[in-house]
Ligand binder design. Structure first.
Ligand code: SF4
Length: 457
């Protein structure tokens, strides 16, 4: 069994056994090869889906390659976001500064693509060489008439959460400029939904059926003009609270817009999200529409889940995702499939999030903050998980250990939100967990216990 580094011991908790409060929100322990992404990556994943904006990464090409097309983030129109532009800083600029190169890249790209706005991301090296990114952005904005927004996201300067904050600060600067376009009294902004595989369209359709206008989705299938009038919506509905709570708080302070936290994953949380929004408007027609929508959707969904559940009862799952709010819904959704969560962790969870995870998981569940591959593998082995739910960095861990994997992160191509998403999730988990391929995995063979016999590896 692999041990846990001394400085990480308070970031790992076994439900029912350890009595200390879990530590979180701190810098990753040096040498632990964290699964967590950097500050720059945090800001990039939040802003990336704004499809009619230019995204220019000021730094070495590696930072751009690391986040190239990092999210599916589908667009119903322009696709400028899918290009990964970089100033490609070399040794020369590291010595003499990269401002000239940034100015040249920005003016050339704006002339070529005429974007609605441009985001300029500062990476580690820019923080080290001290380029004045703000002044270059101001100059280009003055000369071109296009909003150019610096994103202060030097990778080393904090955790991925600091990148979210930098992204929220940049988005907020786009708001407040459109006071003309009519906005319904029953209107919302969706915050923290990124349209990875078309989820924004599913959720928007639910709100449309309820009689609610979505002014902007920040940032799934996002448009600069929609963000410009987002300050006039009546309610902010925050899904990814890790990334968007800071923006929701700023909008509350500056524009008086209240916000609620929701999740669009799983049956209970999806339903609660719709009812919570309806309750905020307290309108008879909206309430009736919501009841009809939910009974319709849930009535069709439950019988379809049964065939998957029959094969999954008693299987165990490990979850390691970016934001912990998502993990709450996953624990509940897995329960609908007859599965138990035995390991759950996140890159950016807060103390309250981990407290809630303690409440909804069983005794013996490992709850961890900012884990690393060795720890995660050890927890999976120890608890005998049959499935790992995670993202791009967790997929190889699952495959090397010979257990099933479900992608619940940036790159997935399957919509997992809403009632349709629950069926897709059930199918994906089912097909992976019951696949015969795992019994040929070297890790399984070494463990000499076949998954068919219901044993742990
Ligand atoms: S910003 Fe820094 S930590 Fe992030 S990818 Fe670039 S070099 Fe790596």
């Amino acid at each position: 069994m692999i041990g846990i580094l001394e400085e990480r011991k308070l970031q790992v908790f076994e439900n029912g056994k350890d009595s200390y409060g879990i530590e979180c929100g701190k810098s990753s322990a040096a040498g632990s090869v964290s699964q967590r992404a950097c500050v720059f990556c945090g800001s990039r994943v939040v802003l990336y889906p704004i499809a009619d904006a230019l995204h220019l990464i000021h730094g070495p090409i590696g930072c751009a390659a690391y986040t190239w097309d990092i999210r599916g983030s589908m667009s119903s129109g322009p696709e400028l976001h899918r290009m990964s532009f970089s100033t490609d800083l070399q040794e020369r600029e590291v010595v003499y500064g990269g401002e000239k190169k940034l100015y040249a890249a920005l003016t050339e790209l704006i002339a070529e693509y005429r974007p609605k706005a441009a985001f300029v991301y500062s990476t580690c090296i820019v923080g080290l060489i001290g380029d004045d990114v703000e002044s270059v952005c101001r100059r280009v904005e003055r000369e071109t008439g296009i909003r150019v927004l610096p994103v202060h996201s030097e990778g080393f300067k904090g955790t991925k959460k600091d990148g979210y904050k930098a992204a929220c600060d940049a988005v907020f600067k786009l708001m407040g400029t459109d006071d003309e376009t009519p906005v319904s009294p029953f209107s919302i902004n969706i915050l923290g939904e990124f349209n990875l595989a078309g989820e924004t369209w599913i959720i928007k359709d639910y709100y449309r059926r309820m009689g609610i206008e979505v002014v902007s989705c920040i940032t799934g299938d996002g448009r600069v003009d929609e963000i410009a009038r987002a300050h006039r919506a009546k309610l902010n509905v925050v899904q990814c609270s890790g990334s968007m709570t800071s923006l929701a708080k700023t909008m509350k302070d500056e524009y008086g817009i209240p916000f609620i936290r929701v999740s669009y994953f799983g049956i209970e949380d999806m339903t609660k999200a719709l009812y919570d929004v309806a309750a905020r408007f307290d309108d008879e027609l909206i309430t009736r529409n919501t009841i009809d929508l939910v009974s319709d959707e849930v009535g069709r969904l439950l019988p379809r889940l049964e065939k998957y559940r029959a094969n999954l009862i008693g299987k165990k799952a490990a979850i390691y995702v970016g934001g912990s709010f998502k993990s709450f819904s996953l624990v509940k959704a897995l329960r609908h499939l007859g599965m138990e969560t035995v390991v759950v962790g996140s890159q950016t969870g807060s103390a309250e999030d981990y407290e809630y995870l303690k409440e909804i998981t069983k005794e013996g569940t490992i709850i961890c903050d900012d884990t690393n591959p060795l720890e995660l593998s050890s927890f999976i082995l120890n608890k005998g998980a049959d499935l790992l739910i995670g993202g791009v960095k967790e997929r190889p861990i699952a495959y090397k250990m010979g257990i099933a994997f479900c992608d619940h992160n940036h790159e997935r191509k399957e919509a997992l939100a809403g009632y349709e998403g629950m069926i897709n999730f059930a199918r994906e988990v089912h097909d992976s967990v019951t696949s015969p391929v795992w019994k040929f995995s070297p890790a399984r063979i070494r463990a000499r216990i076949s998954p068919d016999q219901g044993g742990a590896i």
